[in-house]
Design a protein around this ligand. Structure first.
Ligand code: DC
Length: 234
């Protein structure tokens, strides 16, 4: 076991298991896990709560005026294996995962001043090392010198099938869950994430590609631990 506390950046497409890998890895290495998607979701919730988002779009100047006063923190709940997100001291973990926030977060995360502020906070959180951070721009923008960059993906069909199974598992009687519309949504999100102007999702040149289309969780973890050992991080 190595004592050096590094920075591990995990980027990749939606619904390919980034947060599960990031959490497992943080646990294995004794690092702190930071979910940057939750930070964009918390800003989105805040903007909605304050009436900054309407059918006419986002009131960017109002959001900009208060952004620096927003306080976003995390607390790890070991029992539930849950990384709880707090906005100005209040837990918002459930609200930020809901449909209303999910429908608005892409738009909020394209705003340049929001990204700059989030990157600043993320860099401050990771400056002492000992973190696993997942998102879309961690290896390219937030920590271009990360000790290890993983870029995760899986085929859109496989990601859609996994999401379908997950939803069906939660509510087997829900007949509104359809594989073809989930697949459409996965492809749409890939497109939005990869083509936006401000820090689009792309694999950093020095990132290691992990395509988990045909891996189970154990195979995936073994694969990652091997990479970590090669780099003297585990
Ligand atoms: O990973 P997630 O689905 O919780 O992310 C929510 C949204 O935030 C998603 O639209 C992509 C965006 N995001 C981003 O632009 N940059 C990050 N570092 C993390 C998430």
């Amino acid at each position: 076991m190595n004592n050096r506390k590094g920075v591990i950046a995990i980027d990749g497409h939606s619904s390919c298991g980034k947060s599960t890998v990031a959490k497992d890895l943080a646990k294995e290495l004794g690092y702190v896990y930071i979910d940057t998607g939750a930070m964009y979701r918390a800003v989105t919730l805040f903007a909605m709560q304050n009436g900054f988002i309407s059918e006419n779009g986002i009131n960017e100047s109002a959001l900009k005026a208060v952004l620096n006063d927003l306080n976003i923190t995390f607390k790890y709940q070991a029992e539930e294996k849950l990384n709880e997100t707090f906005l100005n001291g209040l837990s918002v973990e459930n609200e930020i995962r809901g449909l209303r926030v999910s429908n608005n977060v892409s738009a909020v995360s394209t705003i340049a001043f929001v990204r700059h502020r989030m990157v600043e906070l993320q860099q401050a959180m990771g400056k002492e090392g000992g973190i696993v951070m997942d998102g879309r721009d961690i290896g390219t923008v937030v920590f271009p010198d990360a000790d290890l960059k993983l870029f995760m993906t899986a085929s859109p069909e496989i990601r859609a099938q996994r999401r379908y199974d997950e939803l069906k598992d939660k509510d087997p009687s829900d007949t509104s869950i359809a594989l073809d519309s989930i697949l459409e949504n996965v492809k749409h999100r890939d497109h939005v994430d990869s083509t936006r102007k401000e820090s689009p999702l792309k694999q950093a040149e020095d990132a290691v590609l992990l395509d988990n289309s045909h891996m189970n969780k154990t195979e995936q973890m073994d694969w990652i631990m091997n990479v970590l050992k090669e780099r003297n991080l585990a």
